[in-house]
Design a protein around this ligand. Structure first.
Ligand code: ATP
Ligand code: MG
Length: 614
C-alpha cells in the first residue's frame, strides 16, 4: 500500500535532481517494474526519450487505492519507517521518482492488479494529477511519459543530441537486461525493435545478445566470495581491451552502480596484463546483505556506500586477477582467417606444450632462477642480479636473497590452471629468427616466443617480489655518474629521490643543473643510468588510474634490463629463458600486456599449404 512517508524519513532521504535526462526516466520506470515483480518488461522510446518513454510490465499492478497516490511526493509502498532505511532490499524507497517525473512531463499510468481486465488510468501533467478513470487492462502497469521537460525548457538545453540520449537509454536497458535474467526485456526505439531479451541463458548468451558473439567470447568468468560478499561476472581478456571499453558495469544487488574504486580495483588486477592506454571491459554483479550497503547516498541512487570498502576492493582485485591467471592468454594465430584469437568459457585448454620436465617444481623457490642460469647472456650484460661481489647490498635496501620467481600478494597459482611451458634443454631445439623471436616445435604447433617480452616478464616478477620484500638490490657505481637535466626534470628528480631509492636508483643534486647517480638497480649494472633516469621521469607507458606508481617504475627497469631484439641468444639461453618463465604464475604477456608468445597450430599450416579444408 502506498503511504506518505513521515517527515523524519523524508528528511533523511538523499535529495536532489532525480530526473536528469530521459535515461533517468527509463531507469526509474524499469526499477519500479522490477520491484513489482515483473517477468516481462517492454520499453519503448521515441525522440531520444524526450518525445516518449513507455514502460509496460506484467507485475503486481496498482489497486484503486494506490493509483491516485502514485504521483504523490514522498509516498511509497516500499518503506514505512526510519529503520527500514538501514536495509533496503527494493530498488525504490523514496516515493519520489514518479512525482519528479510527473512534474516535468505529461504522464499516464494504466494499471490493473487483478486478472479480470479491469484497470484504471490516471494522468499527471506538470504535476497536475487527474482523477482515476476505468480502462480495460491486463494485470500489470503501463507508464507513459511524453514531452519530457515540456515546462522546463532550460533543462532540455543540458541534454545531448537525440542520438546521444537514445544511446544512453539503450545502454541502460541493455545493462539491466544482463543481470536480471529472470525478466524478459524488450526494447523498441522509434518503432524498431532493438532488443528482445531471452529470460533464460547464462551471462554469456545475454552478452552475445546485447553486444555480439565476439565480445561475449572475449570475456572470462569472474567469481569470488568473502565475508558475505559474493561476486560474479565477466572480464575481458587483455587482447580484447580497447581505448574505450565497451562495458564497465557494476551491479550491487541488481542495481546499476558507479564506483570509481571498483573500476580501479579491476584496473589494478589487470595492471601487468594490459597496455596502460587500453581499458578492460567488465560486467560484475555483487550480492551483499542489504544491511552492509547504504543505497541512500545519491539522488539518482547511482552510487552506494559500502560498510567495508577495503573488503570489496580486495575481492574485486583478487577475483579479476585469478580470472586472468586461469585464462588462456596465448594468441593462437589464425593466419588465414579473421576469426577472434580467443575462446572463452570452459576449462582453459593447454596453451603450450609441456616439454620435458621442469628443473624445479613450479612455484618452488629455485636457486636464483635468473643469475643461477648457465647462460652467459642471461647472466651477464642485460642479465640479472647475482650474488657476486660486485654488487653491494645496501643496509636499508636489505640483502637480496635468492627469491622464488612468483609475484607476491597474488593468489597462489599452479600449472594446473595456467599452462606454462616447461623446457628441457635436451628435448627442444630453438631457432632464433628475425633477431627477436625464438621458434620451436610443440604438440600444439609452432611456438613463437618474443625474447624481450618474456624476459621483461621474468624480470618484472622478480623485481616486484623484491620490492615487496624491501630488497631491490643496488649496485654502487665506482664513480657517480652525472646527468644534466633541465630545471623541471631536476626538480622532479630531486623531489622523487626517495621513491627512486626504493627501486635501487640513488641520486643527489650536483651543482645547479646536474644530478649525480651513485647507485643503480643491480639488474641494470651495465646499462646507462642516465637513460634509465630519463625513462623514469618520462615513462612511455602510462598506466592511467593505477595508484601504485612504483610498479610502473618496475616495468621501466624490467624493460631496460631485458634482452632486446637483436641480442643473439644461444639455444641454451633460450631454454633458460623459457624455464624461468615457466616458473612464474603468469608468463603469457609482458608487463605491458603484449603477448610473450603465440602458437600457430598444425591445422593452420595445413590450411595454408592447402593440405586440408579445400
Ligand atoms: N510499475 C509499477 N507496478 C506497481 N506499482 C508501482 C509501479 N510503479 C510505481 N508503483 C507504485 O508507486 C509508488 C511510487 O513509485 P515511485 O517510483 O515514485 O517511488 P518508489 O519506487 O517507492 O521510490 P523511488 O522514488 O526511490 O523510486 C511505488 O512505491 C509503488 O507502490
Ligand atoms: Mg521507484
Amino acid at each position: 500500500m502506498i503511504r506518505a512517508l513521515p517527515q523524519q524519513v523524508v528528511d533523511r532521504i538523499a535529495a536532489g535532481e532525480v530526473v536528469e535526462r530521459p535515461a533517468s526516466v527509463v531507469k526509474e520506470l524499469i526499477e519500479n517494474a522490477l520491484d513489482a515483480g515483473a517477468r516481462r518488461i517492454d520499453v519503448s522510446i521515441a525522440g531520444g526519450g524526450l518525445e516518449l518513454v513507455r514502460v509496460a510490465d506484467d507485475g503486481a499492478g496498482l489497486g484503486a487505492e494506490d493509483l491516485p497516490l502514485a504521483f504523490a511526493a514522498h509516498a511509497t509502498s516500499k518503506l514505512t519507517d526510519v529503520d527500514d532505511l538501514a536495509h533496503i532490499a527494493s530498488f525504490g524507497f523514496r516515493g519520489e521518482a514518479l512525482a519528479s517525473i510527473g512534474a516535468v512531463a505529461r504522464c499516464r499510468i494504466t494499471s490493473a492488479s487483478g486478472e479480470d481486465g479491469a484497470g484504471l488510468s490516471v494522468t499527471c501533467e506538470g504535476g497536475e494529477v487527474s482523477a482515476p478513470a476505468p480502462l480495460a487492462a491486463p494485470r500489470g502497469t503501463v507508464v507513459e511519459v511524453r514531452d519530457l521537460f515540456f515546462n522546463t525548457p532550460a533543462r532540455r538545453a543540458f541534454l545531448g543530441a537525440v542520438r546521444t540520449e537514445t544511446a544512453r537509454c539503450r545502454e541502460l536497458v541493455n545493462a539491466l537486461s544482463l543481470v536480471h535474467d529472470e525478466v524478459r526485456f524488450a526494447l523498441e526505439v522509434d518503432g524498431k525493435s532493438r532488443l528482445k531479451g531471452r529470460p533464460a541463458g547464462d551471462l554469456n548468451a545475454r552478452l552475445a545478445a546485447v553486444y555480439d558473439a565476439e565480445f561475449a567470447a572475449s570475456m572470462v568468468p569472474v567469481s569470488g566470495h568473502e565475508q558475505g560478499l559474493r561476486l560474479s561476472g565477466r572480464l575481458s581478456l587483455p587482447a580484447a581491451a580497447r581505448p574505450r571499453p565497451r562495458a564497465q558495469l557494476l551491479f550491487v544487488n541488481g542495481r546499476l552502480i558507479r564506483d570509481r574504486r571498483v573500476a580501479t580495483a579491476v584496473r589494478v588486477a589487470c595492471k601487468d596484463f594490459l597496455p596502460g592506454s587500453l581499458q578492460p571491459s567488465w560486467v560484475l554483479a555483487l550480492s551483499v546483505d542489504p544491511a552492509c550497503v547504504d543505497v541512500n547516498v545519491h539522488p539518482t541512487k547511482a552510487e552506494v556506500r559500502f560498510r567495508d570498502k577495503e573488503l570489496l576492493f580486495g575481492l574485486v582485485r583478487r577475483a579479476c586477477r585469478a580470472a586472468l591467471l586461469s585464462a588462456d592468454l596465448t594468441p593462437h594465430a589464425q593466419l588465414a582467417s579473421l576469426a577472434p584469437p580467443h575462446t572463452s568459457g570452459g576449462p582453459p585448454r593447454p596453451s603450450l606444450p609441456v616439454i620435458g620436465q621442469p628443473d624445479s617444481a613450479p612455484g618452488t623457490p629455485s636457486q636464483d632462477p635468473i643469475s643461477g642460469g648457465r647462460s652467459p647472456l642471461l647472466h651477464g650484460a642485460r642479465g640479472l642480479p647475482s650474488s657476486d661481489s660486485s654488487s653491494i647490498p645496501d643496509a636499508d635496501a636489505g640483502v637480496s636473497e635468492p627469491t622464488p620467481s612468483v609475484s607476491p600478494g597474488l593468489p597462489s597459482h599452479t600449472t594446473a590452471t595456467q599452462p606454462t611451458l616447461l623446457s628441457a634443454r635436451a628435448a627442444v631445439r630453438f631457432l632464433q629468427v628475425l633477431d627477436t623471436y625464438l621458434v620451436h616445435d610443440g604438440p600444439e604447433g609452432l611456438v613463437i616466443v618474443d625474447q624481450h617480452a618474456l624476459h621483461e616478464r621474468i624480470l618484472y616478477a622478480r623485481l616486484a617480489q623484491a620490492r615487496d620484500a624491501g630488497q631491490i638490490e643496488r649496485q654502487r657505481l665506482l664513480l657517480p655518474q652525472t646527468v644534466r637535466l633541465d630545471p623541471l626534470d631536476l626538480a622532479a628528480a630531486t623531489e622523487r629521490a626517495d621513491e627512486f631509492k626504493r627501486i635501487g636508483l640513488e641520486l643527489a643534486p650536483f651543482g645547479h643543473d646536474l644530478v649525480a647517480i651513485s647507485a643503480v638497480p643491480a639488474v641494470l649494472r651495465n646499462e646507462d643510468p642516465g637513460a634509465l633516469l630519463m625513462d623514469l621521469l618520462h615513462p612511455r607507458d602510462l598506466h592511467g588510474g593505477i595508484p601504485d606508481d612504483l610498479d610502473r617504475r618496475l616495468f621501466t627497469i624490467a624493460c631496460h634490463a631485458a634482452v632486446r631484439s637483436g641480442d643473439p641468444l644461444s639455444e641454451e639461453d633460450a631454454a633458460e629463458l623459457l624455464r624461468q618463465g615457466s616458473e612464474l604464475e603468469h608468463d603469457a604477456t609482458c608487463p605491458h600486456g603484449r603477448p610473450t608468445r603465440l602458437v600457430v597450430g598444425k591445422a593452420e599450416f595445413e590450411r595454408l599449404f592447402k593440405r586440408s579444408g579445400f
